[in-house]
Design a protein around this ligand. Structure first.
Ligand SMILES: [Fe+2]
Length: 431
């Protein structure tokens, strides 16, 4: 087993390599991407990720002097307004940003590698800044999808698809009982033992009645039936919120779908392909997921039901146990959402749900709210700005880094969003 020091260094190297590969093959024209609400200029993502390492570790922990203090406001997402990141001459050029990034990552690596033993705080801060960079790696991947850029270099070899299996799509039963949600508040000086974000703490027990949940994600084939039934135009399936969203985002099929000569095609990155009904549905807003449930006589799981279905009675960290076996899932752009919803039978949770980790983030019915006893972490904006305006999504997507995700992880997405790698699974209605 790797020590926490070896694990930190290996994660820094992998995530560093991922981020650079997501930027280095972009042309100058692609780097000068036009303004879009759901993305950031790639160069800003690079500088901002490095700033996190510099601010919390190099300055905050190792007491180093700022490397380029005049740029602090530029890299701090809560100082520079989102639209301003596109103003000409505001974000520095690629070469100077890359050199700042390289300095910061290399210096961090040197500090962490030179110690014989790291303190709990040091490991925790390291885990925190790497996890933050993982989030920005995923946002660079959806930036490519939004912009119609080529697929990430490191996913291309895997895009031929994972093996399909004959595992039937069916509901599994989760028995009534007491389930553990979230992560226990850490003991003093042991924050790094079981890394989590503030929004996952403090964990608690919950009593759930029995329920039935689909063993698989909603597939493109499942959703095609909804589209072909003209459900986008039928008011009875849309809530007030859904109807409002649809009025402002008029469509008769999901984002990136197009009908040509009677056949449906979807765009993945810069490629159009015929719909493969076995693949997971992606890029769907909460409102579309809700309308689908109304049409299908189903409902979205609550985040607590989802977590109980993934963790089982033993409160596992991952569906298959307490250690990540990344090969069991579509993560890290291994297939980037192009593996069928039954492709990984070995990923089954204790109750038989497949691919709860990876493949697609999953909408839940819950508004994203703090747990009782919530205590804000040293970076106040990680969770608090999204409380009560976003919904909780679970499980990670095909673009998520394996080191970021676990059953207790709570992603906050605004219900209007369909640009991110989000889909859903459904539950049988409560009778
Ligand atoms: Fe950030």
């Amino acid at each position: 087993m790797m020590s926490s020091q070896e694990e930190l260094l290996s994660n820094i190297d992998r995530v560093d390599q991922r981020m650079l590969s997501l930027i280095e093959d972009l042309s100058e024209e692609q780097l000068a991407i036009p303004y879009e609400r759901g993305i950031n200029p790639p160069i800003w993502e690079l500088g901002h990720s490095a700033f996190f390492y510099e601010y919390f570790l190099l300055r905050g922990f190792y007491n180093q002097a700022p490397i380029a203090p005049e740029l602090d406001d530029m890299w701090d997402s809560f100082v520079i307004p989102h639209e301003e990141r596109w103003s000409p001459g505001v974000v520095p050029g690629f070469e100077s940003t890359l050199s700042y990034y390289r300095d910061v990552i290399d210096q961090t690596r040197e500090h962490l590698a030179s110690k014989t033993e790291l303190t709990d705080e040091e490991v925790y801060l390291g885990q925190y800044v790497i996890a933050h960079q993982c989030m920005h790696v995923e946002s660079l991947v959806w930036c490519r999808q939004t912009s119609g850029f080529q697929a990430p270099v490191y996913s291309r070899s895997g895009n031929s698809g994972a093996p399909a299996t004959t595992t039937p799509t069916e509901d599994v039963e989760v028995p009534a009982g007491t389930y553990f949600i979230g992560v226990p508040a850490p003991a003093e000086g042991r924050k790094s033992d079981n890394f989590s974000f503030d929004n996952e703490r403090p964990g608690f027990e919950i009593e759930l009645p029995d329920f039935r949940i689909s063993s698989t994600l909603v597939s493109l084939g499942d959703f095609l039936a909804f589209v072909e039934d003209d459900a986008y135009t039928r008011e009875e399936f849309w809530s007030f919120g859904g109807a409002y969203w649809l009025r402002n985002n008029p469509r008769t099929a999901p984002a990136y779908w197009e009908k040509r000569d009677g056949e449906w095609w979807i765009r993945r990155f810069d490629q159009w392909e015929k719909i493969d009904p076995t693949l997971p549905l992606l890029h769907i807003s909460y409102w579309e997921a809700e309308a689908y449930c109304n049409w299908a006589g189903r409902r979205l799981p609550s985040e607590f039901e989802w977590e109980a279905a993934a963790r089982g009675a033993e409160a596992l960290k991952f569906p298959t146990g307490n250690f990540m076996t990344a090969g069991d899932y579509d993560l890290d752009c291994r297939f980037a959402g192009t593996a069928p919803v039954t492709a990984f039978p070995e990923s089954a949770s204790p109750f038989g749900c497949l691919q709860m980790i990876g493949s697609a983030w999953e909408w839940t019915s819950n508004q994203y709210l703090p747990f009782d006893g919530f205590c804000v972490d040293m970076y106040a904006y990680m969770s608090t700005l999204q409380f009560a305006t976003h919904n909780t999504c679970k499980g990670g997507s095909g673009a998520t880094d394996p080191s970021l995700i676990r059953n207790s992880y709570r992603q906050a997405y605004h219900p209007d969003r369909s640009d991110v790698f989000v889909g859903f699974r459904t539950c049988a209605p409560v009778i």
